[in-house]
Design a protein. Structure first.
Length: 794
């Protein structure tokens, strides 16, 4: 945006009147304006020497007026690196224009580098040269930052849309409709060769049913938003595509419809399966009718009817003890369906209408079946009812298949959501771990410099432990999203529970009682202790939040149980055997059946905005599954909730209870080169290793480090390098250094990397692979290990 030209004209007038006696008489007024104006203003002669400057100019560039008068403008204004000088970019340009010129550049001020918008105005002109130039500058640093932030926000928004697994689009509302924006998922879904080819395609090519489209647009204009719309469209090759759409009409500030935003999901497979299923049902029903399966007859006006043999088989009844009265039939209907069935049957008999109903029945042995009942009345020539004839089909397997299909679809959707979480986790892990490296590292350095009994040391210990817990949390997220491998080892769950209870007791209100019933002889489980800690903490936190401010009881129990094949749900891939059962129950508000079905879905939460992410229970579910266990839940509204976590128990033999003493941290005197583009981390590693006695050479750029290695390839003992760096990554730097000195031990550190894992690092010749954040003990131990192996010739 151009700075208004009127600045220059205002001060042009001011400077022209300096020589005017009348302005001299109004000097006070002029001085008031000049002293209080925020813009920096300077007047230059034809050699670009300063002959006037406002106080704001003096203050901005840290000069007095006496220092400025007569000084060349370029000696005062130093532009940022890579920016042309103002004399070239602006002052010379003003000679070529009738009145003024404008330029934005980065300049050095006494407050650091700032963006300024400069406006140069010619004051007087002779036939030979410009005598005076008035230069007005305004600080636009904040505006530039806002513009840059907006660009980044737009880029993130576009990337978010591009990464969505469903097709997303924006179209115009005029004529045949024109795509304005599409994502890659939609291009792939519609089988177009490129984004550009789809953008050039009218919407009517995708949905060619003109009358239906007209009605759809009319409905959208009335309702503004349509969701769950299922229609048939066309792919690029003309093949049919069944789509599930959501549409949103977008209006401009004047209320005029400007475009339509929407999403598309491919439901072709589901539609085809539904059509096939419908056809199969019709054929199966017809076959059952032809075979005489499950037919019955009721003579109009009589209380009882006649059942076929198959009717008795379906209902599990003995023919000798049941003759089919209507009231007795209703007694076998499932209690939850009985009211609906009674009303429907009554309406059929009252209006002689056709009966077509699916409902449940309860057999004498307590089992439940789904039956499909079809019936109609036979009428005489006077349209009086004679009898009602019907068929009954056992559709239990069909309904169970539908239920299984719904479960499978839910699992598939959950898997997609977890994959999205994994992508997000990998993207942020590197930055988080770099931040935590500085927090943990400098906290450890500060602790090392304090007396053992210092109260500040105790506070810093809390900071250090919190940083380590944050590191473990990032590890958990990556593990949960399958970005890292877990460290499984035999552990006692009881010990972890006690640690969690200590943390909880200090953080939850006193009116919430924590009860524990932990069996001391439970078998160990093969598990990642950090993730088991996460399970217990998440379940207890969930219980505390369910109880709320009113107070209540959280009960945590642990015991050994034997799980047989009959105890397992059919859809669980679990082996019968000995399990450790962790139960966390509360006296909170409880949950209804609809909520219970969704509690393990990522991002599902019953909490208010800002009170939870909806990831807690989905994390628990993912961890338990990876430990080859399973979790069940029982809850009723206003009667609290109970979560049961089953983890496979280990055989008791071969597990040692010995506690290994913590070895002291060992340093050395070797020469170590540290390379990390994050300056705080480089400083931390330098101070840490120097404190352990090592000689340290530090670089914050990989190219700079490589130049050093070229001339000093045998002058150091260990290289410690970051993985993700600009210009050259750590693995490439390692390969180049090893080409210069194949015997140098290299340790690579990373916050997170998709491009290099421990196996890849070993193939390159890297001796150790550390994940950030790195503690003092971890790094010191690793250095000694690689040096000792190197010395031993391993």
């Amino acid at each position: 945006m151009l700075i208004p030209i009127w600045w220059g004209f205002i001060f042009y007038g001011i400077m022209q009147k300096l020589s005017n006696l009348e302005l001299v008489n109004n000097k006070r007024r002029y001085q008031l304006v000049v002293n209080n104006i925020s813009e920096v203003i300077v007047k230059l002669d034809n050699r670009y020497r300063i002959c006037f400057a406002t106080p704001s100019f003096c203050w901005t560039f840290g000069k007095t007026e006496s220092e400025l008068i007569g000084a060349r403008f370029s000696s005062i204004i130093q532009v940022g690196q890579g920016h042309p000088g103002l004399e070239t970019a602006l002052l010379e340009h003003v000679k070529q224009t009738p009145f003024s010129a404008y330029h934005e550049t980065l300049v050095n001020t006494q407050h650091g580098l700032r963006w300024f918008a400069w406006h140069a105005t010619r004051l007087r002109k002779t036939t030979k040269m410009i005598n005076d130039v008035l230069l007005v500058g305004r600080d636009i640093t904040e505006k530039k930052a806002a513009e840059e932030s907006l660009k980044e926000s737009d880029a993130r928004h576009r990337q978010f849309i591009e990464n969505q697994p469903v097709g997303m689009f924006r179209t115009s509302v005029e004529g045949d409709g024109q795509f304005v924006m599409v994502n890659s998922a939609l291009v792939k879904l519609l089988n177009y060769p490129s984004t550009e080819s789809l953008l050039a395609t009218p919407v009517v090519n995708i949905y060619p049913y003109l009358e239906a489209r007209k009605q759809l647009l009319s409905k959208l204009f009335n309702k503004e938003k349509i969701s769950g719309l299922e229609i048939e469209g066309k792919k690029h090759d003309g093949s049919p595509l069944f789509m599930r759409m959501a549409l949103q009409l977008v209006r401009d500030s004047h209320g005029n419809a400007c475009h339509i935003d929407g999403t598309i999901e491919d439901i072709t497979a589901r539609k085809q399966a539904a059509l096939a299923l419908k056809k199969s049902e019709a054929l199966y029903r017809r076959a059952q009718q032809i075979a005489g399966l499950g037919h019955w007859e009721i003579i109009y006006g009589m209380d009882h009817g006649t059942w076929s043999e198959e009717m008795y088989r379906i209902f599990g009844l003995d023919k000798e003890h049941f003759n089919g009265p209507l009231e007795s039939f209703l007694d076998h209907v499932h209690p939850d369906d009985r009211k609906t069935v009674a009303e429907t049957v009554a309406n059929t008999f009252e209006n002689y209408s056709e009966l077509n109903l699916i409902h449940r029945i309860v057999l004498p042995n307590g089992k439940t079946k789904h039956i499909h009942v079809i019936a109609h009345f036979e009428l005489d020539e006077n349209l009086h009812p004679i009898r009602c004839i019907g068929t009954c089909q056992d559709v239990t397997q069909l309904k169970e298949a539908e239920i299984d299909k719904e479960k499978t679809e839910r699992k598939f959707l959950q898997a997609q959501k977890l994959e999205a979480i994994g992508t997000l986790a990998g993207g942020i892990a590197h930055d988080f771990n770099n931040i935590l490296t500085s927090i943990i590292g400098f906290t450890q350095l500060a602790i090392n410099e304090l007396p053992h009994d210092s109260p500040i040391k105790r506070k810093l210990d809390v900071v250090l432990q919190s940083g380590i817990r944050a590191r473990d949390l990032v590890t958990n997220i990556l593990s949960f999203s399958r970005k890292t491998e877990q460290e499984f080892k035999p552990i006692q769950v009881r010990i972890i529970i006690k640690e969690v209870i200590k943390l909880l007791r200090a953080s939850i209100p006193a009116n919430i009682e924590i009860r524990q019933d932990l069996a001391s002889q439970c078998p160990r489980v093969l598990a990642d202790p950090v993730q088991i800690h996460q399970i217990v903490m998440n379940l207890c936190t969930n219980a505390y939040q369910a109880i709320g401010k009113k107070g209540g009881i959280i009960t945590i129990s642990l015991k050994e149980v034997a799980v047989g094949s009959n105890d397992l749900q059919p859809d669980l891939d679990i082996t019968p055997g000995t399990y450790v059962l962790l139960e966390v129950s509360d006296t909170g508000h409880g949950m209804d059946a609809a909520t219970l079905e969704k509690i393990f879905d990522p991002y599902f939460t019953t909490k208010k905005r800002g009170e939870g992410t909806g990831l807690g229970l989905s994390v628990v579910h993912g961890i338990v599954k990876k430990h080859r266990g399973y979790i069940t839940t029982h809850s009723e509204p206003d009667h609290g909730s109970a979560f049961h976590v089953f983890l496979p128990g280990m055989a008791p033999e071969g597990v040692s209870d010995e506690i290994t003493a913590v070895a002291p941290i060992v340093g050395g005197t070797e020469h170590i080169v540290v390379v990390d583009d994050e300056e705080p981390i480089a400083i931390y590693l330098t101070e840490l290793l120097s404190g352990l006695g090592y000689r340290i050479t530090t670089f914050t750029g990989s190219n700079e480090a490589l130049h050093f290695f070229i001339s000093h390839s045998h002058d150091f003992d260990v290289l410690i390098t970051d993985m993700n760096m600009p210009a050259m990554c750590g693995d490439e730097l390692a390969e180049r250094v090893l080409s210069l000195n194949p015997n140098i031990p290299i340790i690579i550190c990373t916050g997170f990397s998709d491009n290099l894992d421990e196996k890849d690092a070993e193939k390159i010749g890297i001796k150790a692979y550390l994940r950030k954040p790195i503690t003092e003990r971890e790094l010191a131990t690793c250095i000694r290990d690689v040096l000792n192996h190197h010395t031993a010739g391993i």
